[in-house]
Design a protein around this ligand. Structure first.
Ligand SMILES: C[S@@+](CC[C@H](N)C(=O)[O-])C[C@H]1O[C@@H](n2cnc3c(N)ncnc32)[C@H](O)[C@@H]1O
Length: 238
């Protein structure tokens, strides 16, 4: 594995996304997530969520076993599938200051600063993780605080990182720099909202994504939005 390059792993993950095994697991994860009531901002674009699930299950097939990290949890629409893609006795780390309007999206406080859905989401994710023998840890803080406090153990076996919190350039640079420094093994990074609505994601990638190999960068029509919205996936090798 150590001699396999990031570009080779990226190509393997892209190919594995279309394998019947990965597609079946991705569909099962959708059913389970729906049954548990998880929601995503992307529910209006099912093909985007399908590609997300296929990418994380493909990473589980191609990369060494390991757990997941997510910045930006909201209603659990992507945390649920991440937990489902993890092997037993691994972990899922969620990082989101949601409920706390000052630290979340202050301008969107109505949607993001409500404690009731936060409690409901955390309870559902805890239940799912327990069923799967996955250790679930939620950090109620912004990702910059998580990085400042250096809360990721060196040597944690992280297989996938999903960045879906603060999409401004400096925030994404800080996330990439921190997680890439701490994760010393091949790992899939998924960058949400990598599109013209959030140009900071692209500029952050240019500044802090050196050496990462692209798996894909996809854009979609989103109902009611004038421009295409999308996301990307990359392989980091330390
Ligand atoms: C778009 S939602 C996440 C959606 C979820 N990943 C999904 O697809 O279902 C964005 C979340 O990012 C959180 N957030 C905002 N700033 C953050 C930061 N600096 N670090 C971590 N999370 C943040 C918000 O509180 C919000 O819950």
């Amino acid at each position: 594995m150590s001699s396999t390059t990031a570009a080779e792993l990226a190509a393997q993950i892209l190919a594995a996304m279309d394998s019947p095994e990965v597609q079946a697991k991705a569909e099962q994860a959708l059913e389970r997530s729906k049954a548990l009531g998880f929601e995503s901002d992307w529910d209006a674009v099912p093909e985007k969520l399908r590609a997300f699930r296929q990418a994380i299950f493909a990473s589980a097939k191609v990369l060494p076993p390991g757990g997941s990290v997510e910045t930006g949890v909201f209603r659990g629409g992507t945390s649920g599938p991440l937990i489902l893609s993890n092997p037993p006795e691994s972990f899922h780390i969620g990082i989101d200051p949601f409920g706390n309007a000052a630290q979340s999206y202050p301008e969107l406080a109505e949607a993001y600063a409500q404690w009731k859905p936060v409690r409901r989401t955390l309870k559902r994710l805890t239940k799912l993780a327990q069923e799967r023998d996955v250790t679930y840890l939620h950090y109620a803080m912004g990702s910059s605080r998580f990085a400042e406090c250096d809360l990721l153990e060196v040597g944690q076996q992280v297989r996938v990182v999903h960045l879906d919190g603060d999409h401004r350039e400096q925030a994404v640079i800080d996330e990439l720099a921190y997680f890439r420094r701490k994760i010393q093994r091949p790992c899939l990074f998924v960058l949400d909202d990598h599109d013209s609505t959030y140009p900071g994601v692209e500029t952050a990638m240019q500044k802090a994504g050196q050496g990462m190999a692209k798996v894909f960068h996809r854009l979609y029509d989103y109902p009611g939005f004038p421009t295409k919205l999308g996301f990307s996936a990359w392989v980091h090798c330390s």
